[in-house]
Design a protein around this ligand. Structure first.
Ligand SMILES: [Zn+2]
Length: 397
């Protein structure tokens, strides 16, 4: 009986590890239309079009508007209200807006490809084709698009496509598939597009990173500081992912991301300042009021195999608290979170000095490293395989 139970448990664990929808079968994939959440919690909203545009309500009734017309959408009743030139229209939310031909929709003055859906909570969803979405994501995510690092732009395009496709499959039945900000990937619509990154997207159309026919979780970050992190170092409690393991971001003895302003960094505090900062941040995080004089001890209680801080233990008069993963960067937040959890600290006289490396979670592709590899003439497939061990690149549509 016990044996059977163990087998059942193992089987369910395996089924959970590789969700069937990540698997790329022989059948052809079609370019998906992504639902990207671009705005939430803004009231009122302004919608327009660069050409004639249309609105369709829940009952399928269609309304036509002209390029110079702007609609003001306010949440004042359950269904929301749509105003045109100061007058309330018959339109009730949810509403889907679209254009025909070459025009773009305008949301808060910004141009968007595809359709825009607004629900009664004034959440704005852009329904956009994957390749159009990527044209906006790649320049915003990679930051410095030049011809000299073109292969890195292509690597970023494949990376962003794989990430988005995986989320799309995972959240297929949800109200939206992707956040248009750092919660997933930064997306800015048509205005963010650049010619050079458009080309990187076009030349890699439909290509994704696969690991054993599974669409890889292609996490990336700005700067690793010399060595990338294991997935479970940055995301404690999560499973081990074989292709998200630590690699040396190094080429012929030189660290690839050393041109990043965050390759090495330092934070200095007086002991008093440090205790004030800790007590404030801990109070915010654990909802217990901790004063600077309550802090007894602060230590790195665990490091991961790549050298990153996995756990910090703070002893206070009100209890001992352990912080893991992203919490560590919040624990030492001063205005902004700590750039990474790849650091050591020392006490020198009346000062505490934190000496750190890298920016971001450190898992997967290091963007500064990828840019440097591209400059050295390494092609995008090799860049991707360098950071995602044991993967392959495949065109699936
Ligand atoms: Zn790096």
């Amino acid at each position: 009986m016990r044996k059977i139970l163990i087998i059942i448990l193992l089987l369910t664990a395996c089924a959970k590890r590789v969700k069937k929808y990540y698997i790329v079968k022989k059948k052809k994939f079609k370019e998906p239309v992504l639902k990207v959440l671009i705005i939430e919690n803004k009231n009122p909203l302004w919608i327009g079009g660069t050409n004639v545009f249309y609105a369709v309500d829940r009952k399928g009734k269609r309304y036509k508007f002209f390029a110079n017309q702007r609609l003001k959408i306010k949440r004042e009743s359950k269904r929301g209200a749509v105003y045109l030139e100061g007058k309330r229209t018959n339109l009730n939310l949810p509403v889907r807006f679209y254009t025909k031909g070459k025009g773009y929709l305008l949301v808060q003055g910004k141009r968007y490809r595809g359709n825009v859906m607004i629900d009664p909570f004034l959440r704005v969803i852009n329904e956009v084709k994957m390749e159009d979405y990527l044209k906006s994501v790649v320049p915003l995510e990679i930051g410095s698009p030049f011809l000299s690092n073109f292969e890195a732009l292509k690597a970023q395009a494949v990376c962003a496509r794989s990430y988005a496709l995986r989320k799309y499959l995972e959240r297929k039945n949800n109200f939206f598939h992707l956040y248009g900000d750092i919660r997933d990937q930064v997306y800015g619509g048509r205005d963010a597009e650049r010619e050079i990154t458009d080309l990187a997207v076009k030349l890699t159309k439909g290509e994704v990173v696969l690991y054993r026919n599974e669409i890889a979780l292609t996490l990336f970050h700005s700067t690793c500081g010399g060595r990338t992190a294991y997935f479970d170092e940055a995301f404690p409690g999560k499973e081990f992912i074989p292709y998200l393991k630590s690699v040396r971001c190094n080429f012929h003895g030189k660290d690839l991301c050393k041109n990043s302003p965050y390759y090495r960094w330092e934070r200095r505090f007086s002991v008093r300042e440090f205790k004030e900062l800790l007590s404030k941040n801990i109070s915010d995080m654990v909802s217990i009021n901790i004063r600077p004089q309550d802090i007894i001890d602060f230590r790195i209680s665990e490091r991961g195999p790549s050298g990153r801080v996995k756990e910090i233990r703070v002893k206070t008069r009100k209890g001992t608290f352990d912080f893991k993963g992203y919490e560590i960067r919040k624990l030492l937040k001063k205005g902004r979170n700590l750039p990474s959890n790849y650091f050591s600290f020392k006490k020198r006289g009346k000062n505490v000095i934190i000496i750190g490396r890298g920016f971001g979670h450190g898992v997967g592709l290091c963007q500064y490293g990828a840019l440097a590899l591209a400059k050295k003439g390494v092609n995008y497939e090799r860049i991707l395989k360098f950071y995602y061990s044991g993967t392959k690149i495949k065109k699936i549509y």
